[in-house]
Write a protein that binds this ligand. Sequence first.
Ligand SMILES: *Cc1c(COP(=O)(O)O)cnc(C)c1O
Length: 618
Amino acid sequence: MLTKNQTEILSRTRVKICGITRPQDAQVAAELGTDAIGLVFYQQSPRAVSIEQAQAIIDVLPPFITVVGLFVNAKPQFIQQILDKIPLDALQFHGEESPAECCRFNKPYIKALRMQPGVDIHAFIEDYASAQAILLDSYMKGVKGGTGATFDWQQVPPHLSKPIILAGGLTPENITEAVRILHPYAVDISGGVESAKGVKDAAKIAAFMKRVSISMPKKINYTNLPDDNGHFGQYGGIFVAETLIKPLEELKQAYEHYLKDSSFLAEFNDDLHHFVGRPSPLYHAVRWSKQLGGAQIYLKREDLNHTGAHKINNAIGQALLAKRMGKNRIIAETGAGQHGVAAATVAARFGMECVIYMGSEDIERQKINVYRMRLLGAEVRAVESGSKTLKDALNEAMRDWVTHIDNTFYIIGTVAGPHPYPAMVRDFQTVIGRETRQQIKVLAGCLPDALIACVGGGSNAIGLFYPFLDDKSITMYGVEAAGEGLDTGKHAAPLCTSQPGVLHGNRTYLMSDQDGQVLQTHSISAGLDYPGVGPEHAWLKDVGRVQYVAATDEEALKAFHDLTRTEGIIPALESSHALAYCKKVAPMLDKDKIIIVNLSGRGDKDIHTVAAYEGIEI
Ligand SMILES: *Cc1c(COP(=O)(O)O)cnc(C)c1O
């Protein structure tokens, strides 16, 4: 028996070319590597073949190619008569045949399901338990047999208990996306590789076969991105005004140079140790693990860092880079103030001038953090434009950067922004995952089975995940903020609910309306309240390496209390989202399995929010 891991590496999507009517087409399909061909025995179809035609086609096929006969509500005698004359390997039923009618011929069979709105695939699979595979085709009123149209592939639930064959409107152009979304057992193509009805086209078959094979998951290298232009697949890149291209190029050169420079790295590590307090512990939450009754839970204690969260790792890295680049002025934008505090902290540490842009609405809401930044010597500039919140502060910071490029370094706080920020912030935050890897090997003698982290912009999550991405046995969960619920519109979960768009200088998943306007977000935790997400996460979602899920305000609050009471650790509300999802995963795993949760920050900053939410006056 293969492990799940092995099947993932080995399994490739098979190809069935259906509706072959000429021996020469069968030969070409075979030479180009098809796994199966389909012969249509449905008289109304333009691709129907007679027994003689079918025999001529089978005669030219090499061994090892499966021949499937396709029927639509045919009489049993008709099917039997064909089976008596020609050696079909399997039958495919495309009409309303009952399970009993499908199995009466003692042949392996495939049952087609039309994807009408509201179909229950699980129930269908249960009904046709005797089928070898289920073929999913699109539904068109009045059309029997293949329809030639596509359906919404996202509507197919994952992890079905039978092999799935995807059909319906496949072409060389759309096959890559189809395989990427569904990873089907096989794909079935007919019209998409024809030059005329029933006449297959060698060039189209070749293009199709090639695209299927390059869509295979086994080719993915998870740690060699972004490319030189900052792309993670179709995400990332540089979407900024012309004036910012040169400063970004200069930054990229410096970052690429200094991340290989041993004296820079020594200084960075020294500050992480003496100023931040690293390495942060990896803590076995024994009591909480017992309470949940499943896997052993370990917490990566980023809450114990100086300033109380992981953001300082990146702020130190960028400030040191600013110093090396000869820039003595730091600017940053902040929403809730946490990144502003981190930037103001490192500016004080290195004796740099510091300006923080903050929407005037946010300044009103976050008085304590504003005061903290001022104590640290930063100037907090109120932004009065637009909605007076984070995205307006961001525009203002960009404008400042362009006009003061000679002496100013712009510190971005998460794995967002234009290239090279997403890669650079990730690289500074991977200290989390690198430490964790060493620590768990010492503590448990093995690698973990699952990693869980909350995702706002995604910097603490990628910092933990990145050094483990190539360990395919590890399941990873990125937890977004579901706010009041994913279907209420009041959340901050772009990966779970939205489509790609452009925000903050990069292409990524983005909460926006039909006109591309960025939507209002909501989360009980200020640090997750962001309408976009780092482009690398967008890519990791699409290639299926990381599973993106969500936890509601209420679930996060419950987990906040659980950890506080059971372990004596008050977690940040952001981190509580990761803990909430851990509560779902842990009980499903055996006691010898290991889950590591990134405790991205401490919750002292959140106790007023918690009290207010619960109607308690302090
Ligand atoms: C800012 C913040 C986050 C969210 O940011 P990411 O870039 O997604 O990590 C999470 N946890 C804490 C404690 C934060 O301060």
